[in-house]
Design a protein around this ligand. Structure first.
Ligand SMILES: [Zn+2]
Ligand SMILES: [Zn+2]
Length: 531
């Protein structure tokens, strides 16, 4: 008993002296954040005991199913990601396969060559002039300025993951320094009674399930309208990734996103400075120089497999993307190339298959919009448009161990892909019935629902007024440096490719009325058997 009492007392003394030391240590004892996560490497652990869910497809004799093997698709997938790494090596600031850049054009050229090699003789690059300029940052820095009031030896910390958001203008004097204000999620409730004027606002972003779904879209712009001189979007994400997404920009004001480690540090020191009564001494310095590039040219890669009829089924995948763009959209483009090779070896289809490696929609320009404008024959000559986008992202979920400092559960990599939202614009019962086979017969993870919504690259095709369909998901690393090649397992590419080959074959064979007849049309399901 006395021993136990002694133990408790020792612990108490120890904890008092630790917290006393922390008070005097730099940054109130808060560990300074690690460097930015290496964008060449995965942030999640990909070498654990558990491999991705396997695929089990038996090749059919004489059908060239081997062209859709995971290993084949993965080779192309890595090649496509390689164009992004070329952009990184060239020193592009917003690197990747950004539309109209050399790395993007190389991606299109490579795709066209692959399609030609597969026997699609008319494979070609169709260029288009990009309306409007492309914003490009030249240099930037985000620093949290050291002050002895935050503990002895507090040095200025550079938030290395800080990434400027599109539109930010060059700061006239090079940099600006201001006090900070933390606004939570930036809702009206968070902002009630807060004075943002002259401050740099820090907003907490939850990528649930991704920046695409985040409730904090548009908040940064509102904060500037309310008087903030700059905004730091602190993303609650794994590692210390970089993010780029216009929905977190704030016009001409300097607006940045920071990754998980930097965001955590910043919020910790804001809280601790406030508790110590020295929040007024906490300053952040932002620097930014940028330019607008105009007169740019972008492109689509286009090729066809002639059918018995000239009426088309369009298969689209956007070729552009930010950072490595492993899932967005090297995954879709690799599957598109695989499907073109596969269908080139099949008997002629009933409808002409048109494969489009699109200039995308990440700006500048719009690939599908430009294609539709350049091809009036598509208006009455298209039966169906199928989009391949973000088709194989290994799911990153929360929940094995509770992290220190109550920041929630650790991030974990799942053996399955993220479930995807299936969209069929006209809600054709026939097409929906085909999608039912995705999970049952091909192991493709989808939501247990289908709707008419199709986000992503299909917007530019809307003027054609024909049925469009896709599955899509945007995960934790959407539009970030964490969307690496390793985030897309070969098995995921294979599942997506085999299902889409089935979908195209069935849609091609079907009567056109089954595709064009929308919601409510009587349709007898083909039942539970898999092909
Ligand atoms: Zn995207
Ligand atoms: Zn995309």
């Amino acid at each position: 008993m006395p021993l136990i009492r002694f133990g408790v007392l020792t612990l108490l003394v120890a904890s008092v002296s630790i917290s006393g030391a922390a008070q005097n240590a730099a940054w109130f004892g808060t560990p300074v954040p690690p460097p930015v996560s290496d964008p060449r490497k995965p942030i999640m652990k990909h070498d654990d005991a558990f491999a991705p869910l396997p695929t089990h497809f038996t090749p059919r004799a004489g059908r060239h199913d081997e062209l859709l093997d995971g290993a084949v698709l993965k080779t192309d997938h890595k090649k496509i990601v390689g164009f992004s790494l070329e952009s990184l090596a060239a020193g592009d600031k917003v690197w990747g396969r950004r539309a109209a850049t050399p790395a993007f054009m190389h991606t299109i050229e490579w795709t066209v060559n692959e399609l030609k090699g597969a026997g699609l003789k008319d494979a070609r690059t169709e260029t288009y002039a990009v309306p409007g300029p492309m914003w490009a940052p030249l240099s930037w820095q985000v620093q949290v300025l050291g002050d002895p009031a935050f503990g002895a030896g507090t040095q200025t910390v550079t938030l290395q993951s800080a990434f400027p958001q599109p539109g930010g203008a060059t700061i006239p004097s090079g940099s600006l320094t201001a006090g900070v204000i933390f606004v939570g999620h930036g809702t009206d409730a968070d902002l009630a009674g807060r004075d943002l004027k002259g401050k740099i606002a820090v907003v907490h972003i939850r990528p649930e399930p991704s920046l695409f779904g985040s409730a904090e879209q548009g908040v940064a712009a509102r904060l500037v309208e309310k008087g903030a001189v700059g905004v730091i979007n602190a993303v609650e994400g794994p590692g210390n990734a970089q993010y780029f997404d216009p929905r977190f920009a704030c016009g001409k004001a300097p607006c940045f996103m920071v990754g998980g480690n930097d965001g955590w540090f910043l919020q910790q020191v804001i809280g601790k400075a406030a508790n110590a009564g020295v929040l007024d001494k906490l300053k952040v310095s932002l620097s930014l120089a940028s330019e607008d590039k105009s007169g740019l040219t972008s492109a689509n890669g286009v090729a066809t497999i002639s059918g018995l009829s000239a009426k088309r089924i369009v298969v689209n995948a956007h070729a552009d993307g930010y950072f490595q763009g492993g899932d967005d959209n090297a995954s879709g483009l690799a599957v598109l190339v695989g499907l073109a090779r596969y269908f080139a070896k099949q008997p002629p289809p009933k409808h002409t298959l048109m494969f489009v490696a699109s200039g995308g929609h990440h700006g500048p320009g719009n690939g599908p919009g430009s294609l539709v404008a350049a091809h009036p024959e598509l208006k009455d000559g298209t039966l169906l448009i199928l989009n391949l986008e973000h088709v194989g992202y290994a799911d990153v979920v929360r929940g094995k161990t509770r992290a220190a400092n109550n920041t929630g559960m650790s991030w974990e990599l799942s053996v399955t892909e993220a479930a995807k939202a299936v969209g069929v614009t006209n809600e054709s019962p026939f097409l929906i019935d085909l999608w039912r086979q995705a999970a049952r017969c091909y192991g493709v993870a989808t939501y247990q629902s289908v709707g008419p919504m199709v986000s992503g690259d299909l917007g530019g095709y809307r003027p054609l007024g024909v049925p469009m369909t896709q599955m899509i998901q945007s995960g934790t690393f959407y539009h970030s440096s964490g969307d690496v090649a390793e985030a897309v397992p070969a098995e995921a590419l294979e599942r997506a490719a085999r299902f889409h080959a089935f979908l195209i074959e069935k849609a091609d064979e079907a009567s056109e009325a089954l595709i064009t007849s929308g919601k409510g049309t009587p349709y007898q399901s083909k039942g539970q058997s898999c092909p």
